[in-house]
Design a protein around this ligand. Structure first.
Ligand code: NAD
Length: 487
């Protein structure tokens, strides 16, 4: 059977490359090639820039309310096609249908809807200076690049294009080479909704295509989602043309469970924050610090619920709640971290091996894995694993656990479980992280700004402030009387 070949999406349509280079995309749950994609060669790259320039001219000339109306149309199409798009995400990522069906498309559509609503409300300011005055205009930046990771491909494309397009920019988006289809579907939807050709372009390929985007002088901003190490390369390359950057990077986030917490609720949060999307979520609370008075109760319930309630298998089966990891290579990396955990002396509470479920025997599955009695200096406690691997640690002093939680160069997210309202806020205010939860974990509504402290990121996505990151302020001074000049 021949598999489809997808071309790059430029100036409102598919465009064939000249090199003939393609790459294969596999379904992580079956290890089968499901389609091929053409690489964006030099011809495509030049065409993408020319297309985005034309797109920008047309789009930025429209009023914010016109742009808003068109984007809202795209939002309704996204919602109408929820199931078709969710299926694309399941086949590309290996994540369970029961998640994609209610999260991936919805949270993407929500963000476009949110920024479409905000766009017409963005205003400049005006101030008198004596009899003269000045006013400011919020102008779009121009061509913005988006570079995505593979864990939430469509959602990431929506989160980057929503504010960029609402503010009047054109976008060239490069999805991860592991999951290229969702962004193409979004591009088609934008055209169908009435977004002019050239406003949203999709280029395909691996790091070298990303690198070209970051270095290209016609591009004004790069919004990047991916690993810390790649983020550093992106920022260094973007510095060559002094581009604005937004960096959404990795994490090793702590969850603190105090002895007055609702332990079952904390177990739910720990499981969600480690096993949802088979652990491939940047904000995951992979370091769980549990107060010694509830430690045993916490790990007993955690073990029981993990062993009884997690169902791995064909991700399209609506009963399945643990999918396949993105690639064989990533599965091997996650298993190597598990080996390291064992060799460094952590106690394996459950899991620890590759899995071969009957309904998806060739998929890249890893058992939900929990290490207990972990120590702060173990590799599994220090490094992002990006798989279903949880480390549990014990504590007994508030100040000490805050110090331990902050002892990392990462700072994406953090959480606290306690019924003491003063402690909840006191502790969360001291945690060095950009996205925090109290008696909750993982929710990220469009209204809430998200982004990292320390090496977990720069800038924010979502929330009102993000619109400012996609506009620049022009100040205009207006003289109302004759110029006083000594010349
Ligand atoms: P990655 O860094 O390997 O790749 C991300 C993207 O960068 C891909 O599209 C890739 O092709 C591209 N790329 C690779 N080299 C490049 C270069 N030199 N220049 C420009 N682009 C380049 O990350 P990944 O493995 O796809 O994703 C997993 C990582 O993403 C994890 O670390 C995770 O924590 C992080 N992540 C962060 C967030 C967040 O919002 N903070 C969200 C999702 C994922």
């Amino acid at each position: 059977m021949t598999t489809p070949v997808y071309e790059n999406f430029i100036n409102g349509h598919f465009l064939k490359n000249q090199s003939g280079d393609t790459f294969a995309v596999k379904n992580p749950a079956t290890d089968e090639v499901i389609y091929h994609v053409e690489v964006a060669d030099e011809f495509i790259q030049n065409a993408a820039i020319e297309s985005a320039k034309l797109g920008f001219a047309a789009w930025s000339a429209m009023t914010p309310i016109e742009r808003s109306r068109i984007l809202l149309k795209a939002v309704s199409i996204l919602r109408e096609r929820n199931d078709e798009l969710a299926k694309v995400e399941v086949l590309d990522t290996g994540k369970p249908w029961q998640e994609a069906e209610c999260v991936d498309v919805e949270t993407g559509a929500d963000v476009i809807e949110y920024f479409a609503g905000l766009a017409p409300a963005q205003v400049g300011q005006q101030q008198m200076v004596g009899n003269d005055f000045y006013y400011t205009r919020k102008e779009p930046l121009g061509i913005c690049a988006g570079i995505g990771a593979w864990n939430y491909p469509l959602q990431i494309a929506c989160w980057k294009s929503g504010p960029a397009l609402a503010a009047g920019n054109a976008v060239i988006f490069k999805p991860s080479e592991e999951t290229p289809l969702g962004a193409i579907k979004l591009a088609e939807i934008f055209i169908e909704a009435g977004v002019p050709a050239g406003v949203f372009n999709v280029v395909q390929g691996a790091g070298e295509v990303g690198q070209w985007l970051t270095a290209n002088p016609d591009i004004e901003k790069v919004s990047f989602t991916g690993e810390v190490g790649t983020g550093k390369k992106v920022m260094a390359s973007a510095a060559g043309s002094l581009k604005d950057v937004t960096m959404e990077l990795g994490g090793k986030s702590p969850l603190l469970v105090f002895d007055d917490a609702d332990v079952s609720q904390a177990v739910s949060a720990a499981m969600l924050g480690n096993f949802y999307t088979q652990g491939e979520v940047c904000t995951n609370c992979t370091r769980i610090y549990v107060h010694k008075n509830v430690y045993q109760q916490f790990i007993d319930e955690l073990k029981t619920r993990t062993e009884q309630n997690i169902i791995a298998g064909d991700p399209m089966d609506p009963e399945v709640n643990l999918g396949a990891l993105i690639s064989k290579k990533h599965q091997e990396l996650v298993l190597s971290y598990i080996d390291k955990g064992i060799s460094e002396g952590a106690t394996l509470l459950t899991g620890g091996k590759a899995l071969s479920p009957a309904s998806a025997p060739n998929g890249y599955f890893v058992e939900p894995t929990i290490f207990v009695d972990c120590k702060d200096d173990m590799t599994i406690v220090k490094e992002e694993i990006f798989g279903p691997v949880m480390s549990v640690l014990v504590f007994d002093d508030e100040d000490d656990v805050i110090r331990r939680a902050n002892d990392t160069h990462l700072g994406l997210a953090a959480g606290v479980f306690t019924k003491d309202i003063q402690r909840a806020h006191r502790v969360i205010h001291q945690l060095q992280a950009g996205i925090c939860w109290i008696n909750s974990y993982g929710n990220s509504p469009a209204e809430m700004p998200v982004g990292g402290y320390k090496q977990s990121g720069i800038g924010r996505e979502n929330g009102i402030e993000t619109l400012d990151h996609y506009t620049q302020t022009k100040s205009i001074y207006v003289g109302m009387s004759n110029i006083e000049s000594p010349f």
